[in-house]
Ligand binder design. Structure first.
Ligand SMILES: Cc1cc2nc3c(=O)[nH]c(=O)nc-3n(C[C@H](O)[C@H](O)[C@H](O)COP(=O)(O)OP(=O)(O)OC[C@H]3O[C@@H](n4cnc5c(N)ncnc54)[C@H](O)[C@@H]3O)c2cc1C
Ligand code: FES
Length: 337
């Protein structure tokens, strides 16, 4: 599919979305669509950006209660493409595709001040919609549906929480770090963030050497008092190897009982599968945030199925990533082997 605009598939998907928005507007108007105003936007480095959106009135009320791991569907069709010379070479071919569908994004922060709610989205420019997103400027308006789906649940009785992020999976886990340290002050939180290589880490830079020696690698987690370690597959920075190996090594040395721990993971599916396996072997509770292509985002189009185990042994059922997830108990997901 090279051009969404001329694809029957895409037109069908657009009808589904319009139907979904209609349904929402009539019976679930608490999810929008809302007009948010861009209040901050900066390039972190390379293809990585952070976008701040401000909601007022009903939008502010709806987003004030956002759980970490929930997401929103953004309409980026009206945003302009960057100038040709600013489009990365590997995205030139797809950049001009029309944007008919909203795109899902989760939040790396949500803050409420008076009658305004501000959300922050950490994103990577990977295609036509996110490329357009890069041209949004302060004061621009963006149509947003949300907050959608089920986020991470925070059991009060855990002594230790491990956050394991792969690539862009860091965003919702930064917001989870904030929620855990605010709402569960007795839970110790440790974060692990990995990527293939240093250039693929969605952070501006790592902290200075002294901070790293005492366990704080990333400012994004340190600001909540959360220790963090970085891992890169190619060893270009931090632990040399997959983030799953780094967190697994840490677990081997941890003296906390498995029942007192919980793991939260967000990132590419093979990474989630490995985290789920580690959690299963060690009998640690684990929640994973799954990603699927999403057309409607609200459970109407059935395009985002996640294979799950049914109660009966050997049987599988399909749940919807947008409505039943994106966060699932790792024990219920059937990962591709
Ligand atoms: C619940 C959820 C939360 C998300 N949160 C964020 C976020 O916080 N920050 C962020 O940068 N991105 C996030 N994403 C991914 C983002 O929605 C996609 O990257 C988006 O489609 C990009 O749109 P595009 O038009 O720029 O690129 P597209 O042309 O849509 O996609 C570019 C490439 O990425 C692949 N792709 C797109 N979406 C997915 C997906 N869901 N799963 C697997 N492959 C995919 C496409 O096949 C294509 O090869 C999230 C996705 C989901 C489902
Ligand atoms: S995206 Fe439509 S059902 Fe999930």
């Amino acid at each position: 599919m090279t051009d969404e605009a001329f694809s029957v598939h895409s037109v069908l998907r657009m009808s589904i979305e319009q139907e979904a928005i209609k349904t929402q507007t009539h019976s679930r108007s608490d999810k929008g669509p809302f007009d948010a105003i861009v209040c901050a936007h900066k390039q972190i480095r390379g293809y990585f950006y952070k976008l701040g959106l401000e909601f007022t009135d009903t939008g502010a009320k709806a987003f004030s209660q956002t759980e970490p791991g929930q997401f929103a569907q953004l309409d980026l069709s009206k945003a302009a493409l960057p100038k040709t010379e600013k489009i990365p070479e590997d995205l030139v071919d797809t950049a001009h595709r029309k944007i008919l569908l909203r795109r899902p994004f989760s939040f790396c922060d949500v803050a409420v001040e008076g009658n305004k709610t501000t959300v922050e989205i950490l994103y990577r420019a990977v295609g036509p919609a996110t490329l357009r997103m890069t041209t949004l400027a302060k004061g621009d308006s963006v149509s947003v549906i949300g907050p959608l789906g089920n986020g991470f649940s925070v059991p009060a009785d855990k002594k230790t929480a491990l956050l394991v992020a792969g690539g862009m999976g860091a965003g919702p886990l930064i917001y989870l770090a904030k929620a855990l340290t605010t709402n569960c002050p007795r839970t110790e939180v440790f974060a692990f963030a990995g990527a293939k290589t240093k250039a693929e880490l969605p952070f501006k830079k790592q902290m200075d050497e002294i901070s790293q020696q005492v366990g704080f690698s990333l400012h994004e987690f340190a600001k909540y008092g959360v220790e963090s370690q970085v891992a890169t597959d190619d060893g270009s920075t931090g632990f040399a190897g997959p983030v799953t190996e780094c967190s697994s090594d840490w677990l081997k040395q941890c003296r906390v009982a498995a029942g007192d721990m919980i793991i939260y993971a967000c990132g590419p599916e093979p990474m989630l599968a490995k985290v789920a396996e580690i959690a299963r072997d060690r009998k640690i509770d684990c929640q994973v945030s799954m990603e699927r292509m999403m057309a409607c985002g609200i459970g109407v189009c059935q395009s985002c199925a996640v294979e799950c185990k049914a109660a009966e042994a050997g049987e599988t059922i399909y749940k919807l990533c947008c409505k039943d997830g994106p966060v699932f108990d790792s024990k219920e997901v059937v990962f591709d082997s």
